[in-house]
Design a protein around this ligand. Structure first.
Ligand code: SF4
Length: 267
């Protein structure tokens, strides 16, 4: 990575591996702009490009850029940071979607790829590799050769939030990106894996907003929980829940590799 990228978020189209945007990509600056640009995205690459330059949430834009410029973790102090939203990553025709919570400040916000460069990513990519969905067991930086087959990773919120806690308003502002991800995936979608209760709630809310049949009362989140959804074109989609692959679950043994593998096997 070039040294001139230090000290600022990466401008679109300047050579960062996997950057889906370029200087002509339209930028959403308001919630209405997110809705408009998400709805009109004709395909997954366009959606990813638009997500990756979004600036609709002032607090999150300020946070992601401050981490990228002056708040780099000491162990990454010599590295450039992405400092932009995390676009979806993986197979655009995937029958399986993984729905996470939000990028990590020193993970996706540093590397530019979902769940990449942090402990959470170590867990999810290893599990996807064991199941044959990832070509490598690790995902350390964009441009490392990692690729997903049959899986695409998206998130409820696409910018790293302070304390990993997006506000209710920020979740609502970001939701159209997820809605469009589900819409574009629907013709080939078979199942979704929601990581954590926020991913679970976001997937269910998006499905309901798209007019898909969602069981009532609302299915409760839990590790291994399942909700059977039906899309507007009549496709059955299985939603599975897993405890999030965050360190507070993996370090404490609340989530083990065996537990994660068992859920991934049901996708
Ligand atoms: S959280 Fe979502 S809507 Fe808000 S700035 Fe980031 S990408 Fe845009």
């Amino acid at each position: 990575m070039t040294g001139e990228l230090f000290g600022s978020p990466v401008p679109p189209g300047t050579g960062w591996p996997g950057d889906p945007a370029d200087a002509s990509t339209p930028v959403a600056r308001t919630a209405a702009g997110v809705r408009r640009l998400a709805r009109s995205a004709p395909d997954v690459p366009t959606l990813d490009a638009r997500v990756s330059v979004c600036c609709a949430c002032p607090r999150l834009v300020a946070w992601r850029e401050s981490v990228a410029t002056s708040g780099r973790r000491a162990s990454f102090a010599d590295q450039p940071y992405w400092g932009r939203p995390g676009a979806g990553f993986g197979d655009p025709q995937a029958p399986v979607l993984v729905v996470g919570l939000a990028p990590a400040a020193n993970g996706t916000n540093r590397t530019g790829r979902m769940f990449t460069g942090d402990r959470s990513g170590d867990w999810i990519y290893a599990a996807l590799h064991r199941a044959g969905y990832a070509v490598q067991p690790t995902s350390e930086h964009s441009g490392d050769g990692q690729a997903l087959v049959g899986v695409r990773i998206v998130a409820a919120v696409r910018c790293a939030p302070p304390d990993n806690r997006p506000s209710t308003e920020e979740k609502a502002t970001c939701r159209p990106w997820l809605l469009r991800d589900l819409q574009l995936a629907e013709p080939h979608l078979r199942s979704m894996l929601a990581l954590g209760s926020i991913g679970w709630d976001a997937a269910l809310a998006a499905a309901r907003e798209l007019g898909w049949q969602v069981p009532r009362p609302k299915p409760r989140f839990g590790h291994g929980a399942q909700a059977d959804l039906v899309t507007t074109s009549g496709r059955s989609v299985r939603l599975l829940g897993s405890y999030h692959v965050s360190q507070q679950n993996t370090f404490t043994g609340r989530l083990t590799e065996q537990m994660l593998d068992a859920v991934v096997a049901r996708l």
